[in-house]
Design a protein around this ligand. Structure first.
Ligand SMILES: Nc1ncnc2c1ncn2[C@@H]1O[C@H](COP(=O)(O)OP(=O)(O)OP(=O)(O)O)[C@@H](O)[C@H]1O
Ligand SMILES: [Mg+2]
Length: 427
């Protein structure tokens, strides 16, 4: 879930980051939810300002359900599903707590393409912030449905135990693939990086264009999860907020998020714009190009913050080449890569209004992806090997990984640090 950065915003009255859970006191319209625990378990009564669709069927364009459509699990069920939270079922760990792989003792359902495999996120301690994020996840993700948002299946609330149950995402997080090391994680070819960027952009675009806009607030590579075919799905809505009312440009809120991804206007003022998310998207684009983390304190002085460091390299084709991820071994279309770098620069504009909308970002990325596919097709026709991302679309095995070698000429890869290391936290 979101990493927290313990700073108060310029506007202290807006400390109502109680986007959920409490009775809504903030000036913006928020989704409000009350959770009551009864002897029979927990129940959730959502009172919401989302505009809702009535149906329950999956929609390729996404939909907002009138109520969280979630299953309530008992702690015993989830303990059994994860073999008592056994260490060999551990998938990773974030600010909220540990995430385990689990198996439900039931017949595989065709609805959830993975049968009964689940991911179980377990709150690590009793913290008010953890509880809020748990609630926010249920209220937002329990009602938002889109092919590029991870599916929340249910939750557990029993005494002090708070858990969330998700569809299992076979390929883990984009972060693991970009920065992970060792035999388990192989370098991602360019075509897959682009495919993931398109998927993640569609997910964010859906949030921003829903009738009542949702600001995600924690966009980063570790919150982009990948299914078996590298379809990207955004996870972790713990810090999400409803967008501003029509008469306002932003919402004011406590500053939370992840260092290196958070937009400058938000850090400086606590004013959160829909386009603050676009800045985070730009940071991920730069990570995808360079294979370097948004923040890495082990880099030499002046290079710790990726965006500040590489911005001057993005607008110059020749310089851009020198910061490209060496794991790609030069196997990328230079023209497309340059255009993505320009898109990233636009997303990283200091002023929110100068940034493109996520709809525009999606359109640009789709155009570039289509051009890349056309180029791959024409290469195929002329007898060369198909591009890696085409192979994945047709569900063929990935090409063998290139041998490991140092990262971009400017900076070696993140010191062999575990794939699950986290970015510096902002709370
Ligand atoms: N639904 C899922 N399916 C498979 N793996 C998952 C799933 N959810 C999370 N994970 C794994 O668990 C790791 C930790 O996820 P988590 O969201 O708790 O932390 P994070 O995103 O790394 O950090 P943060 O707390 O800042 O969000 C992820 O990197 C991913 O590898
Ligand atoms: Mg996460």
């Amino acid at each position: 879930m979101g990493n927290c950065w313990g700073s108060s915003a310029a506007n202290p009255s807006s400390s109502a980051d109680t986007h959920l859970g409490a009775t809504g006191t903030s000036s913006q319209s928020t989704s409000t939810m009350t959770i009551t625990t009864t002897s029979a378990g927990s129940s959730i009564s959502p009172i919401s300002h989302f505009s809702a669709s009535s149906g329950d069927e999956a929609s390729p364009h996404g939909q907002i359900l009138p109520h969280p459509n979630l299953r309530i699990f008992s702690f015993a069920e989830l303990r059994a599903a994860t073999k008592n939270f056994k260490s060999d079922t551990l998938l990773g760990e974030g600010g909220f707590g540990k995430v385990y792989k689990g198996w439900l003792d039931e017949k595989p359902s065709s609805k959830n393409g993975n049968g009964s495999v689940i991911a179980v996120k377990k709150l690590k301690s009793e913290s008010v912030q953890g509880f809020r994020e748990w609630q926010a996840e249920i209220d937002f993700l329990g009602r938002l449905s889109h092919p590029n948002l991870v599916k929340l299946i249910g939750y557990c609330l029993e005494e002090t135990e708070l858990l969330l149950v998700y569809e299992f995402m076979q390929k883990g997080s984009f972060e693991n693939h970009l920065f992970g090391r060792g035999a388990v994680v192989q370098p991602l070819p360019w075509g897959l990086r682009l495919k993931i960027a398109v998927g993640a952009a569609r997910g964010l675009g859906f949030l921003h264009t829903s009738e009542k806009q949702v600001i995600y607030r924690d966009f980063k590579a570790s919150n982009i999860l990948l299914d078996g075919f590298y379809n990207a799905k955004i996870s972790d809505f713990g810090l999400a907020k409803m967008g501003p009312s029509e008469s306002q440009s932003h919402v004011s809120t406590r500053i939370m998020g992840t260092q290196g991804y958070a937009a400058p206007e938000y850090i400086a003022t606590g004013h959160l714009y829909v386009k603050s998310d676009v800045f985070g998207f730009g940071v991920v684009l730069v990570e995808m190009l360079t294979g370097l983390r948004a923040v890495d304190s082990s880099r030499p002085s002046g290079q710790e913050n990726l965006v500040e460091w590489v911005k001057p390299y993005l607008s110059d084709r020749r310089k851009l080449k020198t910061i490209m991820d060496s794991m790609l071994q030069g196997k990328y279309p230079s023209k497309t890569v340059y255009e993505i770098a320009q898109l990233a620069l636009n997303c990283l504009a200091p002023e929110p209004k100068s940034r493109p909308s996520m709809e525009e970002v999606v359109r640009t990325l789709e155009k570039l992806e289509a051009a890349t596919e056309r180029a791959a097709d024409s290469r195929n026709r002329s007898g060369s090997r198909p591009a890696a991302h085409r192979q994945v679309q047709h569900q063929l095995p990935l090409p063998p990984p290139p041998p490991m070698q140092p990262r971009s000429p400017l900076q070696s890869r993140h010191n062999g640090i575990s794939a699950y290391q986290h970015s510096p936290q902002l709370r």
